[in-house]
Design a protein around this ligand. Structure first.
Ligand code: FAD
Length: 400
């Protein structure tokens, strides 16, 4: 078990190519089985790449639909759309992220030195499956979806630790650690997303879907009540999507949540430079393998920008704007264009950067990808509203 995800778009494309033949009925039948870290053939392991958009949802779905009918690949496409749903839901309720951060700070303080917490994060609870997943997460930066569900449920309902500390443990160690998918999935397991509906890990289910690798009989609380918490705030309005100004010279500003600058519909003669914001280091305690995946992914985006866009590329070591302003001025550019920066630490990095542009005569503009513009408006309540619109939305954005 080692970290086996090179942080490159090339690797993402290769993984996609190898996975596509299995994205139809085979995925639907086998995806719930966690066969262990050496046997991940039933799932795509694309999440670290999708997380940073080294590859994007539309590319994955296009490739899958080139080999399968939508009726065969519907399960896989729905899973891709779960990611989109969580992103869109959080975008319309940013307060849920800030509430998570403040609850986390409070819980961290209250639980510092707590023996149960320490034994959980060190994989020494005595629950064999759980302790195995802690090691697997540390060693690979990945867990199967079903293992994530079991893990979160055991953390919350059997070990009875605060859900925020579990979400934090995942976020710091997963290569795909994502403010939306992670925080909201933990809330969902706890029964805080769909209030009163929680996910209960059962020994029999773990035994079946790990093909007998783990027997947790007698170890789990299988009759817990859901957690109680305040109602999520109502969904706010999405900012109106902006589009890239046609014909205007721009500098692309790349943030770590969208690392494919070459996929913007801007003619290369109008792109005068590319500026890459640094990976977030403000979230405390990110694992070494996570930091190195993220900085590697940014370096890969810089190399591609150089090769594909063919213009000056500036990778910033800190979100300081002087060099970016100088680059814009040198090329007569008044606008930095970036992919919409989602709620989470990247948003803070971006806002700090934009704050420093004040008075420079240079403005930054966020542009939403078509995929997000098409799906996010449906991500206001439950997932069903997104799911029922998948075929017509894919058609509308030209994927079917
Ligand atoms: C408690 C918990 C925490 C999670 N934290 C994260 C996280 O931080 N980042 C993250 O990307 N996913 C998270 N997930 C969702 C899911 O577990 C992973 O996306 C998935 O396991 C990634 O493996 P894969 O790429 O092999 O998935 P596949 O089964 O091959 O699915 C393809 C893609 O669809 C998306 N996807 C699949 N299932 C889900 C799902 N349930 N929710 C959202 N997107 C999904 C992912 O982008 C994934 O790469 C979490 C789930 C749970 C229950």
């Amino acid at each position: 078990m080692t970290h086996t995800c090179p942080p490159t778009r090339e690797d993402a494309l290769l993984r996609l190519k190898n996975f596509v033949p299995r994205a139809g009925g085979a995925y639907a039948k086998s995806r719930n089985f966690d066969l262990g870290p050496d046997d991940r053939g039933n799932v795509s392991v694309l999440s670290p790449y999708l997380r940073h958009r080294l590859i994007s949802e539309d590319e994955v779905v296009r490739a899958v639909l080139s080999k399968h009918r939508i009726s065969a690949a519907d399960k896989f496409i729905q899973e891709i759309c779960w990611r989109t749903y969580w992103k869109g839901w959080l975008e319309q309720r940013p307060a849920v992220w800030s509430q998570y951060l403040s609850e986390l700070a409070r819980d961290r303080e209250a639980m510092a030195g707590n023996a149960h917490y320490q034994s959980a994060i060190n994989g020494q609870t005595g629950i064999t499956a759980f302790d195995h997943w802690v090691k697997e997460l540390n060693q690979t930066g990945y867990l199967h979806n079903h293992a994530r569900m079991w893990f979160a449920s055991i953390w919350i309902f059997t070990i009875k630790l605060p859900w925020t500390l579990g979400a934090d443990f995942f976020y710091r160690n997963l290569l795909d650690g994502d403010p939306a998918s992670n925080t909201l999935s933990w809330r969902w397991v706890a029964g805080l997303h769909t209030r009163g509906k929680h996910y209960v890990a059962r020994a029999e289910n773990i035994r079946t879907y790990t093909e007998g690798r783990f027997d947790a009989t007698g170890d789990l609380n299988e009759t817990p009540d859901p957690l109680e918490g305040p109602e999520a705030p109502p969904a706010g309005r999405l900012k109106a999507p902006m589009s890239v100004p046609p014909g205007e010279p721009v500098v692309l500003l790349v943030n770590e949540d969208d690392l494919t600058p070459e996929r913007w519909p801007i003619a290369s003669e109008h792109v005068k430079g590319v500026v890459l914001l640094p990976a977030d280091t403000s979230y405390p305690g990110l694992a070494e393998h996570v930091l190195s995946f993220r900085s590697g992914a940014i370096a890969d985006a810089a190399a591609r920008a150089q090769r594909v866009v063919g213009c000056p590329v500036l990778a910033l070591a800190a979100p300081a704007s002087e060099d970016a302003i100088a680059l814009c001025r040198a090329h007569g550019v008044e606008r930095l264009v970036t992919a919409q920066v989602p709620v989470g630490p990247s948003r803070d990095t971006y806002d700090a950067f934009v704050g420093q542009l004040a008075g420079s005569g240079i403005a930054a503009m966020e542009v939403r990808r078509d995929w997000d513009s098409a799906f996010w408006p449906y991500a206001r309540a439950g997932f069903f509203k997104v799911k029922e619109r998948i075929p017509e939305t894919l058609e509308r954005i030209g994927l079917m």
